[in-house]
Design a protein around this ligand. Structure first.
Ligand code: KIV
Ligand code: ZN
Length: 528
């Protein structure tokens, strides 16, 4: 296969993906995600929008120092301040990319930018040229490309290439295009822009009509050689094209799409898990990485699978890193076997501290649960990866009285800012009583947007993974926790989301954080 068929994978999980409600990631989560992405073989990682917040800047700067193979990239609007911030954040990396963009559709130019087409042309000249002062790896995007006049688009692209852009990205910003139209756009650009051979053409498709992957693949078949996508398809509104779907479609239907990516597909499942732990759960029937993606329930399918796997399986679970759930270890298994197991499950890079914490939890679980499966172990490690030292709130104990007749009641002990506090509350069900205790012990005013329970494995003794999403003044955080006791997992997931919100307040609005901390201290003194 020649190089002309190599498709570059540009991941924007930590930039466009993070723009989706509930998907904001902490600094530590971004570091962990970047390490996995680097190992996964992603060519370019759009790490963030450095001018957007000090948090974004800090993450881009830190990740630029740790990536071994992937090229870090920062996003900038057409302003010198944005481009300077990108450079400052990225400059420690041996190679880096600056991605700069401006809208080119009549609608956006008039109503969003209040600029004429001539002013947009001037801006391209000025800002692509400026970005090139810092690196020869400049990407330029025409935002709302699919609603842009095609002749105007050709003109802007020719100019951006003349000013030094090496990658030209065509975004379907609002997910409006369909494959036949998108194909025509890419073909027209390749035929009409005279200097197009000096740049790589890229596609960036949103999923508002559920066509992001189809449009991206059509773009590649028409000649694009970079795809912008996200793990689990997260992103603005309905999301971006899903990285795992694009990569596996190319791999599985290589007869029709003879392209090659640099992705080690066996790490897709791991990448999906690490992203969903930091953001939100993946739907069960999600292609490639959903819990049911390789499950066969119907008897007729199971029968076919036993006779020949190809009857109902177009790719193997192993090819995306999904191991068949296997009975693995019991309470007599030691630390060494546990560590080996983690390495086999793709967690070769977790620190000894995390292994120690996870191993402690494994021993407790092994006392409670007869069979421990791979998924149980993964849930334990994921839970242990949640950083506990920065937590303001920690669960010390929980007792819940549930059942018919009496109102459900929870007794809880929490550590809040280092102080031990106790409360008892009744509620409309045990979860309500549990959450009311948390609210009493740490008064707060957030909206609970999502409460979701998943069983990690089968059986009534299965661990539950609980996800909770909360919102405060437009900011959202997601908390997750696992335990064989669903209510303990629920309390920990809610507390995890609150701890993340407290960290977020501290970073994004330190004054607000200080005020809330003061209010909390005052309430404490009044004995509330
Ligand atoms: O969707 C979009 O247009 C974008 C650009 C910034 C590339 O995300
Ligand atoms: Zn986008």
């Amino acid at each position: 296969m020649s190089d002309k068929n190599r498709v570059y994978i540009f991941d924007t999980t930590m930039r466009d993906g993070e723009q989706s409600p509930g998907a904001s990631m902490s600094f530590e989560e971004k570091i962990q995600i970047s390490r996995v992405f680097d190992e996964l073989g992603i060519d370019i990682i759009e790490v963030g929008f450095p001018i957007a917040s000090p948090g974004d800047f800090e993450a881009v700067a830190a990740i630029s120092k740790i990536l071994k193979k992937s090229i870090p990239c920062g996003l900038s609007r057409h302003t010198k301040k944005d481009i300077d911030a990108c450079y400052e954040a990225l400059k420690a990396a041996p190679r880096f990319r600056i991605h700069t963009f401006i809208s080119t559709s009549p609608l956006h130019m008039k109503h969003k930018l209040n600029k004429s087409p001539e002013q947009v042309i001037e801006s391209i000249k000025e800002h692509v040229t400026y970005a090139r002062k810092f690196t020869d790896d400049v990407e330029w995007s025409c935002e709302d490309g699919t609603r842009t006049d095609i002749d105007f688009m050709c003109k802007t692209i020719e100019l951006a290439i003349n000013c030094g852009a090496k990658t030209i990205n065509i975004p379907d910003t609002v997910g409006y295009s369909v494959p036949s139209e998108f194909k025509k756009i890419i073909e027209t650009l390749l035929n009409k822009v005279p200097n197009i051979d000096k740049a790589i053409l890229s596609v960036h498709c949103h999923n508002d009509l559920g066509l992001a992957v189809a449009n991206s693949l059509t773009g590649v078949s028409a000649g694009a050689r970079q795809v912008e996508c996200t793990i689990n398809g997260i992103g603005e509104r309905a999301g971006n094209a899903s990285l795992e779907e694009i990569v596996m479609a190319i791999k599985t239907r290589n007869d029709l799409m003879p392209f090659k990516t640099g992705i080690n597909t066996k790490l897709l499942s791991k990448a999906s898990k690490i992203v969903s732990n930091a953001t939100f759960p993946v739907q069960f029937n999600k292609a490639i990485v959903g819990k049911n993606a390789f499950a066969h329930e119907a008897g007729i399918h199971q029968d076919g699978m036993i006779k020949n796997r190809n009857t109902y399986e177009i790719m193997t679970p192993e090819s995306v890193g999904v191991k068949q759930t296997s009975l693995v270890m019991g309470k007599h298994s030691g630390r060494h076997a546990f560590k080996d197991k983690l390495t086999n499950l793709g967690y070769s890079d977790v620190t000894d501290d995390i292994i120690e914490v996870a191993f402690g939890k494994f021993k407790i679980l092994a006392d409670k649960k007869k069979h421990i499966y791979d998924d149980d172990i993964l849930a334990l490690v994921d839970d242990s990866l949640i950083k506990k030292e920065d937590n303001v709130i920690n669960l010390k104990s929980l007792r819940v009285f549930a059942g018919t007749g009496e109102p459900q009641k929870a007794d809880m002990t929490l550590e809040v800012y280092g102080e031990i506090k106790k409360a008892s509350e009744t509620g409309d069900g045990p979860v309500d009583a549990t959450f009311k205790c948390i609210k009493k012990l740490y008064p707060h005013d957030v909206n609970l947007q999502l409460y979701q329970v998943h069983a990690v494995t089968e059986g009534t003794d299965a661990q539950a993974t609980v996800s909770v999403r909360i919102e405060e003044n437009g900011k959202t955080t997601v908390g997750q926790a696992a335990d064989t006791d669903t209510l303990v997992a629920s309390a920990n997931a809610y507390i995890n989301a609150l701890n993340k919100m407290i960290i977020k307040r501290k970073k994004t609005a330190p004054q607000e954080y200080g005020q809330q901390k003061k209010e909390y201290e005052q309430q404490k003194m009044k004995g509330i």
